[in-house]
Ligand binder design. Structure first.
Ligand code: PMP
Length: 285
């Protein structure tokens, strides 16, 4: 596999980063994941916009323009022959000469930029879309700036492991009695014709898929309500689902051992998945 590192396209075994890189020592970096369907990028402008926001919130410098970034994405898709899969992008504060809590001088320390592809045939036809996901709830113990897409993913990773140990597919995190989001996705419930999801704030990542799905839901004459909901309300809802760039729209059929609705993927979640795949492919670049 060919990867991209600081201006060069390299075989993955030759791409090396310093042990002083601040992402390695302090999780001082941000990332984006963009899915690829039919060899094209899904919602690249959305991901580029969020990337710029993450950079500016952390006072990180973009090592290239968004146009150049698009070209790098496209070149990796081409050389690695990705039809269905993902492009991972990471930008860190780089590698100053030593470990220090103080940010290095941006004049002397270049950011580190890494991109690689992941080949995922069948991404859009995942069997989980037909069976639905089983979810556990866990306490949200992450830091307070979840709106910034940092590489600080230890707690979400632990949450995923807790779900796995419980024989489930993922965890929804709960703070002050309300669901924030999934370990790597946004969380939704459906009541009647209403799609309910937590409003945007520093408490959750502003999902690129979320923005698109809420728009498509409104266009499909569904109502959208951005508000908090509890695990109990979710268990009693008609449907539940999650969204993310790599899972698109995925139905949730069980929460903490309780079936949601009739325990099968709900028809609104299924419909939103169809619309999302169809419409986002039309706009793919
Ligand atoms: N929340 C969290 C915590 C995530 O990690 C992700 C996936 N990056 C999402 C939500 C979904 O965001 P997106 O639709 O942009 O992939």
């Amino acid at each position: 596999r060919t990867v991209y590192l600081n201006g060069d396209y390299l075989p993955e075994t030759e791409a090396k980063v310093s042990i002083f890189d601040r992402a390695f020592l302090m999780a001082d970096g941000i990332y984006e994941v963009t899915s690829v369907l039919e060899g094209k990028l899904i919602d690249f402008p959305g991901h580029a916009t969020r990337l710029q926001r993450s950079l500016s919130e952390l006072d990180l410098r973009a090592p290239c323009t968004m146009e150049e970034l698009l070209e790098i994405h496209r070149e990796l898709i081409r050389v690695n022959e990705i039809t269905e899969g993902l492009v991972y992008l990471q930008i860190t504060r780089g590698a100053p000469g030593d470990r220090d809590f103080v940010f290095p001088d941006p004049e002397t320390t270049e950011p580190t930029i890494v991109l690689f592809t992941q080949n995922k045939p069948g991404l859009a036809t995942s069997p989980m879309a037909d069976t639905g996901m089983k979810i556990i709830s866990i306490e949200d113990q992450r830091w307070g700036r979840r709106d910034i897409k940092t590489v600080q993913l230890l707690y979400p990773s632990m949450g995923k492991m807790m779900a796995k140990k419980a024989g489930c597919d993922d965890a929804w995190m709960v703070e002050d009695g309300f669901v924030t989001e999934g370990t790597s996705n946004n969380a939704y419930i459906v009541k009647g014709n209403k799609i309910i999801t937590r409003a945007l704030s520093n408490d959750i990542l502003h999902g690129i898929t979320r923005a698109a799905v809420l728009r498509f839901a409104t266009e499909a004459q569904m109502e959208v309500e951005e508000r908090n909901f509890s695990i109990e309300e979710a268990q009693g809802a008609d449907e539940a689902f999650i969204t993310s760039a790599s899972a698109f729209v995925m139905p949730v059929v069980e929460i903490d051992g309780t079936a949601v609705g009739d325990g099968k993927p709900g028809h609104r979640a299924k419909r939103l998945r169809e619309i999302y795949l169809e419409e986002s492919l039309k706009m793919a670049i």
